[in-house]
Design a protein around this ligand. Structure first.
Ligand SMILES: NC(=O)c1ccc[n+]([C@@H]2O[C@H](COP(=O)([O-])OP(=O)(O)OC[C@H]3O[C@@H](n4cnc5c(N)ncnc54)[C@H](OP(=O)(O)O)[C@@H]3O)[C@@H](O)[C@H]2O)c1
Length: 246
């Protein structure tokens, strides 16, 4: 599908990667770019039409799908990361919020916009996932679970929507240089590069984008994850030997 002439909606378009997605769509001559955000006044990118949207509000999601019935490209970018462990967290609040936004919010958007995309001839969905969709990071364990769930829904939605000709693209990244990774001292890819690679994939009809070295190396290690991925993390973060009881 061509970005030029498409009508796109980006969630979380007020800052970070969402803003970069919206800017890239404008620069590629999308016919219209809806910038959805909880605070639409914060969507200030030239050429972007602000839309009020909290993706965890099902009534609002349904209304936006009715109001933006010309959308041919849905970019599910909005997400939250609370850097919360499973056992050490004081409550389930962070884990629930991450699931609510990253999994249920994205699922809700896919469901609401599936008929809109079908009416427009198929179109495409871009789901912004993570390298943590592939493995559990000790930095953000419950976020990793929500991003793994979001990958699972992405694969399922792709199969379900194949009959209506909708391309469903999974985009993975390690650290991106935005507010979400501000506290991390590690190599980060630019949001502009992620946006460019994602829309190159839409135009090429690719279903998966591994935007950086971290995503590529983790995915390549998955068949031996209990040798290559988890033992070094366990050692580095918990100082504990590999395996269970001696
Ligand atoms: N940064 C990274 O290292 C990294 C790596 C891999 C993947 N990702 C993914 O990339 C995406 C964008 O993240 P980012 O790096 O740009 O993070 P960010 O700077 O923290 O921005 C998150 C965006 O999501 C929006 N959002 C959060 N909850 C929402 C809700 N309930 N409804 C609507 N919008 C909501 C935020 O809106 P407000 O401004 O209203 O809070 C903000 O626009 C996320 O899906 C994230 O998981 C990020």
């Amino acid at each position: 599908m061509k970005i030029a002439g498409s009508v796109a909606l980006v969630t979380g378009a007020d800052r970070g990667l969402g803003r970069a997605f919206a800017r890239e769509l404008v620069s590629r001559n999308a016919a219209r770019v809806y910038g959805a955000a909880r605070d639409p006044a914060a969507v200030t990118e030239p050429g972007v039409t602000p839309v009020a949207l909290d993706i965890t509000d099902p009534e609002r999601v349904a209304r936006v799908a009715r109001e933006c019935a010309d959308v041919t490209l849905l970019v599910n970018n909005a997400g939250v990361m609370k850097a919360s462990p499973f056992i050490g967290a004081p409550s389930l609040d962070a884990a629930r919020l991450e699931m609510e936004v990253n999994y249920f919010g994205t699922l809700s958007m896919c469901r609401a916009f599936a008929p809109v995309l079908a009416a427009g001839g198929g179109g495409a969905i871009v789901n912004m996932l993570s390298v943590t969709s592939f493995f559990t990071s000790p930095l953000d364990p419950s976020y990793s679970a929500s991003k793994a769930a979001e990958l699972s829904l992405t694969n399922g939605v792709r199969m379900e929507l194949s009959r209506q000709g909708t391309l469903v693209v999974a985009v993975h990244a390690g650290f991106i240089d935005t507010d979400m990774a501000a506290g991390i001292d590690a190599p980060k890819i630019s949001p502009e590069s992620v946006a460019q690679q994602a829309f190159d994939a839409v135009e090429a009809g690719d279903i998966e984008v591994l935007t950086d070295e971290r995503s590529k190396s983790i995915k390549a290690s998955l068949s031996r994850d209990h040798e290559l991925i988890y033992p070094p993390l366990q050692q580095a973060f918990f100082g504990a030997p590999v395996g269970g009881s001696a």
